[in-house]
Ligand binder design. Structure first.
Ligand SMILES: CC(C)(COP(=O)(O)OP(=O)(O)OC[C@H]1O[C@@H](n2cnc3c(N)ncnc32)[C@H](O)[C@@H]1OP(=O)(O)O)[C@@H](O)C(=O)NCCC(=O)NCCS
Length: 177
C-alpha cells in the first residue's frame, strides 16, 4: 500500500519522498496554505523531513497520504491529497495545491481519484470534507469532486491565524451517483 501510485489526467499521486522536503517547506509556508492547512509552524528542512516521514508511514492504517506530482517527471510537486481518520468505513479528506499549479484542476482531480480508489479498494462507505466557509476555492473543489454540502459547523476549527472559523461539512457516500 505504501507504494501506491494513482494516475489521473495530468496528475501522478505517489508516496511522499524525502526529496520533496524543500518543496514541502515552500508549500507549507505559502500564506494561503499556512492559513487553511495549518501544520503548526514548519520551520526548517528537518521539520519538513519529519512531516514527510509521518505521511510516508501508513502502518497505523488510519491514513493514506499522497504527494500530487507532475507525471511528466514524477518529481515536481503540485500538491497534496490525503485521507485521514480512516476508521470503520469512514474517513476525512484534505488537500492543497502549490500556488504555481492552481486553477487547472489539480485539487479536484486528485480528490476525485483518491476518493474513487478509497471506495473501491479500501471499502469505505463515507468520506467527509470540511473547509472554512471563508475559503470559497475549497468549496468549489468539494462540489466539483462530488462532495455534497451537508451543513455548517459553527466555529469548529482553529485555522492558521489562530481564529476559529465556521466550516462547511461536505460528504460523499460510496453509493452516491
Ligand atoms: C483551494 C485549492 C486547494 C484549490 O486548488 P486548485 O488545484 O487550484 O483547484 P482546482 O483547479 O481543482 O479548482 C477547483 C475549482 O475551484 C475553483 N477555484 C480555484 N481557485 C479559486 C479561488 N481562488 N476562488 C474561487 N474559486 C476557485 C476553480 O475555478 C474550480 O471551480 P470550477 O469547477 O467551478 O471551475 C488551492 O487554491 C489551495 O491549495 N489553497 C490554499 C490551501 C487550501 O485552501 N486548502 C484547502 C483546505 S480545506
Amino acid at each position: 500500500m505504501e507504494h501506491l501510485e494513482l494516475t489521473a489526467p495530468g496528475l501522478l499521486l505517489r508516496p511522499w519522498r524525502e526529496e520533496d522536503a524543500l518543496a514541502v517547506l515552500d508549500a507549507l509556508r505559502e500564506p494561503s496554505i499556512a492559513q487553511w492547512n495549518p501544520q503548526g509552524g514548519l520551520l526548517d528542512r528537518d521539520a519538513a523531513l519529519s512531516w514527510i516521514r509521518c505521511r510516508a508511514d501508513w502502518s497505523a492504517g488510519n491514513h493514506v497520504s499522497l504527494a500530487v506530482a507532475d507525471p511528466a517527471d514524477g518529481d515536481t510537486l503540485l500538491g497534496s491529497v490525503s485521507l485521514h481518520r480512516i476508521h470503520d468505513g469512514d474517513a476525512s479528506i484534505g488537500y492543497w495545491t502549490v500556488a504555481a499549479a492552481r486553477g487547472r484542476g489539480v485539487a479536484s482531480g486528485a480528490v476525485v481519484r483518491l476518493t474513487g480508489w478509497a471506495f473501491a479498494e479500501l471499502g469505505l462507505h463515507r468520506i467527509e470534507l470540511c473547509h472554512a466557509v471563508a475559503n470559497p476555492a475549497s468549496c468549489r473543489v468539494a462540489e466539483r469532486a462530488g462532495y455534497r454540502i451537508e451543513g455548517i459547523l459553527r466555529e469548529s476549527y482553529r485555522y492558521g491565524d489562530g481564529r476559529r472559523y465556521d466550516e462547511h461539512l461536505h460528504g460523499r457516500l460510496a453509493t452516491d451517483r
